[in-house]
Design a protein around this ligand. Structure first.
Ligand code: ATP
Ligand code: MG
Length: 439
């Protein structure tokens, strides 16, 4: 335990209060991992905590949950007063927060046994629900009665999946049954809280296993996932159904939420565009477009931020567009997508190829060549967008073109001509052409 937290606990003890480290820090410590933020729980009420640390930086971060944050040398330490579980009439927020005098009572309101362990230097480990044993067995088990825990707060169902995905633990049988039984409780949870846990789930190392097993839970807030499950593609490119293929693609992507989201849903349009030809071969014409709209709708519903939304929507939209291994084709894609999304797109195309029938692995070479080519274009600062053009809007206005959309149109046309090799990226030559374009 680090000295600062030791000092915080000691200070509270000296003033006659009980204090423990709880939650993620203790769990990770018992697993031999470190570097988790500190959550301290104490018998002191928020006002009393503030009194003990008078004169230091202490912020009200969640007073209605009894939480204040003490900042010691720039390091935040959350200090929360012992609480007891009170009524939840809406499955989301307890009707009121009640403080408690007992650590056991505080632990009993926590979600999973592995998160319901406390530690203090004086008392050592306090583990009334067998959390250490469950950590050893790699089990996520609801505290006391899992069904009741999930009914009280539906977010816990998704948290169970998120922890399973990040830790590689199994959800214990009764807890798993309860999660499936109560899954509709997730409908009461705000989009933002769902999105945050779902992103965490996607970033876990074991996300594919968890989604494969518990897709029905995800279908409560993303029903679009259901038709993907078991959907036979009837196409020689594919050895997997749509869901299995999508899970493989997701798994090949780096563990960054938006990339994995795009991987998981890049083919969500497939079940909706399926046709079979005379030979009995399945096709999905236009699935990229249909999928793009579906993904936009999902992201809007879950209230993802605009930046994330744009990235995912663009990747789904482009995943099936053909880009030639040619400078011009690559420059056009670079110009439309920007550098970062262009390379993200190559990742998804690669992952897509890796998740099809093995005889199509030859495509991988293409994507390597495309990356090399794009790298060279960027290194040599060749022009593929307005920003790389040797003239700008100011120069056009100096030619007497009025500011407005016309400027942008001309710049885009010039970029096109430079990419096509119809004119060199040189100021004089570009100005000459612009002069001719101006009326
Ligand atoms: P991590 O921060 O690594 O995600 P954590 O265990 O610290 O894991 P937090 O969400 O920070 O998770 O919550 C801190 C602790 O608060 C948890 O360990 C758990 O004891 C408790 N907790 C958090 N959310 C809930 C909830 N919805 N229901 C019951 N207890 C919860
Ligand atoms: Mg935490």
């Amino acid at each position: 335990m680090n000295n600062k937290v030791g000092h915080v606990i000691e200070k509270l003890n000296e003033n006659g209060y009980k204090a423990y480290l709880v939650g993620g820090w203790v769990r990770d410590y018992l697993m031999g991992l470190e570097a988790h933020d500190f959550d301290v729980t104490t018998s002191a009420k928020p006002d009393e905590v503030k009194e003990v640390f008078k004169g230091q930086t202490i912020v009200d971060t969640g007073l209605k949950h009894g939480t204040v944050t003490l900042v010691l040398d720039g390091e935040p330490i959350e200090i929360t007063t012992f609480r007891r579980e009170s009524e939840y009439s809406d499955g989301r927020h307890p009707d009121r927060v009640e403080f408690s005098e007992s650590i056991e009572e505080d632990l009993s309101r926590r979600d999973f046994t592995m998160n319901a362990i406390a530690y203090s230097p004086e008392e050592g480990i306090v583990d009334p629900f067998g959390g250490s044993k469950d950590i050893e067995a790699k089990l996520i088990r609801g505290v006391r009665d899992p069904e009741e825990r999930f009914n009280e707060d539906g977010l816990r169902i998704l948290r169970a999946l998120r922890f399973a995905s990040s830790l590689g633990f199994e959800i214990e049988e009764e807890t798993a049954k309860a999660a499936l039984k109560t899954k509709e409780r997730l409908k009461d949870i705000s989009a933002e809280r769902i999105a945050k846990e779902f992103s965490g789930l996607l970033e876990g190392k074991y996300a594919a296993d968890v989604i494969r097993k518990y897709w029905e839970v995800i279908a409560v807030f993303i029903p679009e996932i259901q038709p993907m499950v078991g959907f036979d593609q009837k196409n020689y490119h594919h050895v997997y159904d749509v869901m299995e293929h999508s899970l493989h693609v997701m798994d090949e992507m780096p563990r960054v939420a938006y990339l994995r989201f795009a991987g998981l849903f890049h083919d969500v349009g497939k079940p909706h565009t399926f046709t079979i030809d005379e030979e009995g071969v399945g096709h999905f014409y236009g699935h990229g477009k249909v999928g793009t709209e579906m993904v936009r709708e999902i992201l809007n519903r879950l209230k993802y931020d605009n930046e994330t939304k744009n990235r995912i929507v663009t990747l789904v939209d482009w995943h099936d567009r053909r880009i030639e291994v040619e400078e011009r084709s690559i420059k056009r894609a670079l110009g439309k997508l920007g550098e970062e999304l262009f390379f993200d797109l190559l990742l998804i195309k690669r992952a897509d190829a890796l998740s099809q029938a093995p005889e199509f692995l030859g495509r991988l070479e293409r994507y390597g060549d495309m990356a090399d080519m794009a790298g060279r274009i960027l290194d040599e600062e060749e022009c593929f967008s307005r920003a790389g053009l040797k003239i700008n809007g100011r120069d056009l206005m100096d030619l007497g073109i009025p500011s407005g959309p016309e400027i942008g149109r001309i710049l885009d046309q010039l970029v096109d001509m430079v990419i096509e090799g119809e004119v060199g990226n040189e100021k004089e030559a570009l100005l000459d052409i612009a002069e001719k374009m101006k009326n």
